[in-house]
Design a binder for this molecule. Structure first.
Ligand code: M6R
Length: 366
């Protein structure tokens, strides 16, 4: 049932070209320029006119919400907030009629996310679910939404569900932005093509399996690691750190790259691996200077970069290349090496990567 792979986690990482493809299929037509999502279409007016969208989720799904915040604000010009479900549900949040809540969940059973949306629904919010498990509790409470169609995810660490969430959220943002008029036709058509080419580009990233495995061997004895990124890649840095913690039990923290100056840079010495998510985007020059700051303090820089980016290569101790892509879709590529890195570090340390200690696949108690 692991399809020849040693672990479900690896199988699920390698399924991503297919799962992203499945998620887009039947919805995105790049030639006609259409995105068909009936569970979103019904609420398109309300989403377009929403004062704000609130993404509610936990863990990796919360990271997908953070990426979506950047995408929705850019393409739809709607104010977005991203909330930890556990905090949101107890905070007595201000919810106005017509606020749009997007609940993001692989399992559809996460207790905090479920109760958060039940409460918000009572207060008149529209609830959309971006959920993987068909018929799950969160999907039933939601008014509308879209399934991620990633298939069953068995590994406790979420991998293919995350990239499928990003694909769905990006499609929603593209659809709403275009219908609303905040996204012009040229960029819209270009982004449809970009999204369509993600599955093939993920395949290219996966070809670097052996190289990433070697990096895992090199860094597996680190006691800590820092993950840094800016913009669309900031949540990817958070996700990289979460994956490493879960699977390899190495203490890792993710930060917006510029925020390190406000504290974490004190940790940097020659023993600290610092993983930069540094693909070429509108933040790139800024990330480069953050990389220089780490090098100046003798940190070990591992950088996920765009193919052929010689400047970053010259600064980093180790690089992992991903194909060039628009910054809107880049997180679906830049997260892949981080999933593989944590997988191989966990395996190298002899841990049970499919069932890390103390963790359950879905957190159905608060
Ligand atoms: O099923 P959900 O997406 O609602 O689960 C949310 C988190 O519990 C989940 O993403 C968790 O953080 C994973 N172990 C991350 O790999």
């Amino acid at each position: 049932e692991k399809g020849g792979y040693d672990h479900f986690m690896l199988k699920e990482i390698f399924e991503q070209p297919q799962t992203i493809y499945d998620c887009l299929r039947g919805r995105l037509d790049a030639e006609k320029g259409t995105i068909t999502m009936s569970g979103i279409q019904k609420y398109a007016e309300q989403i377009m006119n929403a004062n704000r969208i609130i993404m509610v989720a936990c863990g990796t799904s919360w990271h997908a919400g953070l990426v979506a915040e950047y995408i929705f604000e850019e393409l739809c010009r709607i104010n977005v907030e991203v909330e930890y479900a556990s905090e949101f549900r107890y905070r007595n949040p201000v919810i106005n009629k017509g606020d749009v809540i997007i609940a993001i969940s692989q399992s559809g059973e996460t207790a905090d996310t479920l109760v958060a949306i039940e409460n918000a629904k009572k207060q008149g919010a529209i609830i959309l679910g971006v959920v993987n498990v068909v018929g799950s509790s969160i999907s039933r409470v939601s008014d509308g939404g879209a399934y991620t169609h990633a298939g069953p995810e068995i590994g406790v660490a979420s991998t293919k569900a995350f990239t499928a969430q990003l694909a769905v959220l990006t499609m929603i943002a593209l659809k709403i932005g275009y219908e609303k008029g905040t996204l012009d036709k040229d960029r819209y058509m270009r982004l449809l093509d970009e999204l369509n080419s993600v599955p093939d580009k993920v395949k290219v990233v996966l070809e670097q399996q052996e190289r990433i495995k070697a990096l895992a061997e090199k860094y597996k004895d680190a006691s800590d690691a820092l993950f840094l990124g800016r913009g669309y890649n900031f949540p990817v840095a958070l996700e990289g750190a979460l994956k490493l913690k879960e699977i390899s039990y190495i203490h890792a923290e993710g930060y917006p790259a510029a925020e390190m100056k406000h504290g974490p840079i004190a940790l940097v010495d020659e023993n600290l691996p610092v993983v930069f998510v540094a693909t070429k985007d509108s933040y790139h020059e800024k990330v480069i200077s953050n990389m220089q700051e780490i090098k100046a303090r003798k940190g070990k820089v591992i950088a996920v970069i765009t193919e052929g980016d010689e400047h970053s290569t010259s600064l980093a101790d180790d690089v992992i290349e991903v194909p060039e892509a628009d910054e809107i879709v880049a997180p679906m590529l830049s997260v892949i090496p981080l999933q593989l890195l944590s997988y191989y570090v966990g395996v190298a340390k002899g841990y049970d990567v499919d069932k890390p200690r103390n963790l359950a696949k879905s957190v159905t108690v608060e």
